[in-house]
Design a protein around this ligand. Structure first.
Ligand SMILES: [Ca+2]
Length: 549
């Protein structure tokens, strides 16, 4: 969790509030805070806080998503499959609706199956507030003030009905059915913490006269549960009537649609009692394997552990992965330190998962962060797909989408020459897609990459990053070699005995690799990755755990 000091605030003013809040950029947050409570505006940098508590240890096996590869789509930005619901569409507005919908996404599921993903995360689908709000992009983007609408799905006005721009409940059901036919699970994003700005919930009262929305702004530094994150109306989820309404709405929607799990927005800002009840009810009403992935801003293996220990969730996002890889490929720090970091990510309570990403709707896209260097980006993609945790691909990353910082990290899915709106004519890199496809194929066919343990081969004096993933159950072994430098390097490492007596092949090009007894000596081109496997028995063509869903 990052809590900005005033100077850091200025430095980070182009970034979004680091508060687990999905939808409003810093510039707009300031605007909203000024509007709702001018006296608080000067303290805006401090409307952030950290929550950490110790909890008793419980244990259970989470739903097994450990082999899954998750693809995150902002529905509005993907494919417009139904022009009849385009009432609010204004494609030139970076904060406006662009017309994508559930029908369009459903029509293009074959391409996602072909890419090799196994799970699809879609943004919240409920009805959004009926107006946009003026927002300012970072000055260096040169974008005039624009109106920011609920195209992202996080500004809900009615939890019991669908947003028409996205489609109908039948459209959602159809998406889930078609995804399941392709062995793709569907994870629905849900919000419990807040309503959209100016929503009808602001005036709603309980039977005994209490407001559903917390009065005042609160102070996230003091209590993240009771503050208005970014000025958004904060539900009093401790009131049984409010809690049950929100749980009923999201659980009913999940049941009707047949989704396989929830991605929980702003997890940090709702209390443990709520999440324990949420777990109880989702398990009772949606099945024991209904999966819960929490957005706990700033989360990592240790900060998420209290929530795993209490079994509130199955998984949480690892906010360390993106920046660590970007720093590594940019040459910062020693290789051995980064290798040790990758090993530290294995310290997750058994049965629970971290989910890692390179880009998201809340952060700058990785390729932009890397100044468009596709070699560096490919290295990070390879490390992501050969590391523990559930990899998350942000839509369009696999075709090198030219997104940057908010609001341009939410640009349209590029479709190149194909006649697909809204991203028709936007360039896409098909060779990057082929590369991703190879990486996903490798991950799906090597249980060592999703389930295996981790051995770092690189020592303090090594420039090449080298690690081995090994799955004891299947006997699968994969070695990853990374040269992040601008020059050719030789990978020279002593190897475990298993690598001596079976054929070794390069998974990315399919060619055999010669291993001398006891060690490997391999030339590495500048800024490159080699993924090697030993033995051929694992590559039987069956993706672990994905068939028959
Ligand atoms: Ca549409």
């Amino acid at each position: 969790m990052i809590c900005f000091a005033p100077s850091a605030w200025r430095q980070h003013s182009m970034r979004r509030m680091q508060c687990g809040w999905n939808t409003v950029p810093v510039s707009e947050m300031n605007l909203r805070i000024r509007k709702f409570c001018p006296a608080l505006a000067r303290f805006a940098p401090f409307l952030l806080s950290c929550i950490f508590f110790l909890s008793p240890v419980l244990s259970r096996a989470a739903a097994d998503w450990s082999d899954d590869i998750l693809y995150f789509v902002l529905i509005d930005r993907y494919v417009d499959g139904d022009s009849s619901n385009n009432r609010r569409v204004e494609r030139s507005n970076p904060g406006g609706y662009h017309g994508g919908d559930l029908k369009g996404l459903t029509q293009h599921l074959d391409e996602l199956a072909d890419l090799g993903i196994t799970a699809l995360w879609i943004n919240p689908v409920q009805k959004q507030v009926p107006q946009g709000f003026y927002a300012s992009a970072p000055a260096n983007l040169g974008i005039p003030e624009f109106k920011h609408w609920g195209f992202h799905g996080y500004w809900i006005d009615d939890f019991t009905s669908m947003e028409p721009q996205f489609g109908s409940l039948d459209d959602l059901k159809h998406l889930v059915e078609e995804a399941h036919k392709r062995h793709i699970r569907v994870l629905l994003d849900v919000v419990y913490n807040h309503a959209g700005y100016g929503s009808s919930y602001e005036s709603r009262r309980t039977a005994d006269g209490q407001g559903w929305i917390r009065p005042g702004e609160g102070n996230c530094d003091v209590d993240p549960i009771t503050c208005r994150v970014g000025g958004l109306p904060d539900f009093r989820t401790e009131l049984p009537e409010v809690r049950d309404y929100l749980l009923d709405a999201n659980i009913t929607l999940a049941k009707q649609a047949g989704v396989d799990g929830f991605r929980l927005d702003t997890f940090k800002h709702v209390d443990t009692a709520f999440w324990l009840e949420h777990r109880r009810r989702t398990r009772a009403e949606l099945g024991g394997n209904f999966f819960l992935l929490a957005e706990y801003w700033g989360g990592n293996a240790s900060s998420l552990d209290p929530f795993f220990a209490q079994d509130e969730i199955d998984a949480g996002f690892d906010y360390t992965f993106k920046g660590s890889c970007e720093s590594f490929v940019n040459g910062r720090g020693r290789t051995v330190a980064y290798g040790s970091y990758l090993g530290s990510r294995h310290k997750v309570r058994k049965g629970y998962l971290l989910a890692d990403y390179l880009s998201s709707h809340d952060e700058p896209m990785a390729l932009y962060d890397l100044n468009g260097d596709k070699d560096k980006f490919r290295i990070c993609a390879a490390i992501q797909m050969t590391s523990t945790g559930m990899p998350v691909i942000y839509y369009g990353e696999e075709v090198a989408r030219a997104g940057s910082v908010w609001p341009l990290n939410r640009t349209d899915m590029p479709w190149g020459d194909r006649d697909i709106l809204p991203g028709k004519g936007k360039p896409r890199d098909e060779s990057m897609r082929e590369y991703y496809k190879s990486l996903l194929h490798i991950r799906r066919h090597h249980p060592a990459l999703s389930r295996g343990d981790y051995t770092l081969l690189s020592g303090p004096n090594d420039s090449v990053l080298a690690y081995i993933r090994h799955d004891a159950t299947s006997g699968d072994n994969v070695m990853v070699l990374v040269n992040r430098e601008e020059k050719e390097l030789t990978a020279n490492f002593m190897l475990p005995a298993i690598w001596n007596d079976k054929p070794v092949s390069d998974e990315l090009n399919g060619k055999p690799v010669t291993i001398a007894a006891g060690h490997i000596e391999l030339s590495m081109t500048p800024k490159s990755v080699r993924i090697l496997s030993v033995g051929s028995d694992i590559r039987s063509g069956v993706s672990p755990g994905k068939e028959g869903r």
